[in-house]
Design a protein around this ligand. Structure first.
Ligand SMILES: [Zn+2]
Length: 95
């Protein structure tokens, strides 16, 4: 049985032994340009650094960094079993 893990930054699933060499850079799927009028750099009560932008249409966007820390960004990954396929197999073995 392989130990599977998932990166909480990019959601990539891999073998545990591959994780130490994982170069985390989520694939860029889309570009967006948002015009802003104000920019703030704040720190919340957890000590996380947040960059806030107020867009020209009055929406506040908070961007907080998910810091890459191999100890904390790796979580165990357990694939979800497809119960429909399982019941199908069980049904066919009964008849
Ligand atoms: Zn990653």
């Amino acid at each position: 049985m392989y130990n599977l893990v998932q990166c909480t930054r990019c959601s990539k699933k891999m073998l545990d032994e591959e994780y130490s060499n994982h170069h985390c850079m989520p694939k860029i799927k889309e570009w967006k340009t948002i015009k802003f009028t104000n920019q703030y750099f704040i720190e919340n009560e957890k000590g996380e650094k947040i960059t806030s932008f107020v867009s020209h249409d009055g929406i506040n966007y908070d961007f907080s960094e998910i810091i890459e820390n191999k100890e904390y960004t790796k979580v165990p990954y357990v694939p979800i079993l497809d119960t429909n396929k399982m019941s199908h197999k069980l049904d066919s073995t009964i008849f």
